[in-house]
Design a protein around this ligand. Structure first.
Ligand code: ATP
Ligand code: MG
Length: 424
């Protein structure tokens, strides 16, 4: 490599400290919110056997066909993939450790996911999700729980313009019947299909319905509807969910075209969408996946989950004008001279004992240049110690946003700071 600086991989972002503050805040809100519903944290590896995703997500999906970072481990020949989503890993972990043996599970995870997509606003190659999964729950009460959870989070975050789209995909038999009718419908109109659609005709015809190609919209609109094939159980399940949502005043739109890009979904699927992010308008998506546990080799167990795109939610928040006003630092300790330095580090520790966030100036320099750094740190107060103060075991406290400096004995320092804080 020459003198050129090394750049991050395209589509994989650094999150710098000013922005990371917002992430920390968001993660805290999310943790509290999930705790409020009894969901427990689970942490899986970022890398899994490639076969897991092929089996769970489906061979003929965008993710598996063209978005996965898969590689062969040069040291032992294993076929591995950077996780493109969390559900498959989560279910694998639950089965591997037999977590469903005693009780159903409410779980969540968060962290980076990897998909080789064309980077653009709201679409990255490393992005972050918060994923929520409930395993061992069959009824529509769980579908409702998860949707109500989301509604509460939007409220907590102050997001008023995300709307709920809902659909049901029914169960396996209905989907098979619908699939055959779909294939027949598209086969009768082969000349109207684009390349993508032709390729998917026999492998994943449902995905054709998801096509954005305007030339095919009429054909898609005229396609046989899954709704007409649904079994009574699935219809009752869907009706019961809607009943609960109505009771809680959650509005939604039924979107029969909502099919989701992963094969494992059945019955309820949903997306929370905003118009503020252009084509990347889905901030949260999920649904029921009653077949996945057995598909990955477990004893059959119904399940339901969703994932939120953290980057998209944070863009909504910042573009909505959200700012964190809390400073990162409470006190900046300025000092000059050898004795002052000794007192300064003792004072800094005392302040931290009282749970204040303290930067002890490092690297010397004039009082003036140190005060500039104190200012730039955003600290609320500076504590100034020169040799005079050190001799008399005193400190000067200066509120950074204006106000008179006071000189107090070290033993009175905390009380003086607390008085200032009360006046803020
Ligand atoms: P899209 O239709 O936007 O490609 P998707 O259906 O592929 O989304 P899911 O697999 O359902 O997305 O993932 C859940 C959420 O994760 C999405 O709703 C979105 O908010 C976010 N997400 C998915 N892919 C990306 C990406 N490449 N960059 C940023 N966020 C993403
Ligand atoms: Mg996608």
């Amino acid at each position: 490599m020459s003198n050129e600086t090394v750049q991050a991989v395209r589509g994989m972002n650094d999150i710098l400290p000013d922005e990371a503050r917002l992430w920390l805040w968001f993660e805290e809100v999310v943790r509290d919110w999930l705790a409020g519903y009894g969901y427990r944290n689970i942490r899986m590896p970022l890398v899994e056997p490639t076969a897991l995703f092929k089996r769970a997500i489906g061979e003929v999906t965008d993710i598996v066909e063209k978005e996965m970072y898969s590689f062969e481990d040069a040291l032992n020949g294993d076929h591995l993939t950077l996780r493109p989503e969390g559900t498959a890993s989560c279910v694998r972990a639950v089965l591997q450790h037999n977590l469903l043996y005693n009780a159903p599970q409410r779980l969540y995870y968060s962290g980076p996911m990897f998909r080789h997509e064309r980077p653009q606003k709201g679409r990255y190659r490393q992005f972050h999700q918060v994923g929520v999964e409930a395993l061992g729950f069959a009824g529509p009460d769980m579908d409702a729980e998860q949707i109500l959870m989301c509604a509460r989070l939007w409220q907590k975050l102050g997001l008023s313009d995300v709307t709920l789209q809902l659909n049901t995909l029914g169960d396996l038999d209905a989907r098979h019947r619908h699939r055959s009718k779909l294939i027949a419908h598209f086969e009768q109109n082969l000349d109207l299909l684009d390349e993508d659609a032709k390729r998917r005709l026999h492998s994943n015809p449902l995905r054709i319905l998801d096509s954005k190609n305007p030339a095919m919209q009429e054909l898609i609109d005229a396609a046989p509807k899954l709704m007409d094939e649904l079994d009574e159980d699935a219809l009752l399940h869907f009706a019961a969910l809607q009943e609960i949502l109505k009771r809680h005043g959650v509005s939604y739109e039924i979107n029969p075209r909502l099919v989701r890009g992963l094969d494992y979904y059945n019955r309820t699927v949903f997306e929370w969408v905003t118009t503020r992010l252009g084509a990347q308008g889905t901030v949260c998506a999920g649904g029921r996946y009653d077949g996945l546990v057995s598909q990955i080799g477990g004893k059959p167990a119904p399940a339901m989950g969703f994932a939120m795109g953290v980057e998209r939610l944070l863009v909504l928040l910042t573009e909505g004008g959200m700012k964190l006003s809390e400073p990162d630092v409470d006190v900046y300790v300025v000092h000059q001279g050898e004795m002052a330095g000794i007192l300064a580090s003792r004072v800094a520790e005392q302040l931290r004992d009282a749970d204040l966030r303290v930067i002890l100036h490092c690297g010397g320099g004039s009082f003036k240049s140190q005060m500039k750094k104190a200012d730039a740190s955003g600290a609320r107060f500076s504590v100034v110690i020169g040799d005079d103060e050190a001799l008399s075991n005193e400190v000067s406290i200066k509120p950074m946003k204006g106000g008179d400096q006071v000189k107090v004995g070290v033993q009175d320092m905390l009380a003086a700071i607390n008085t200032f804080i009360k006046q803020e």
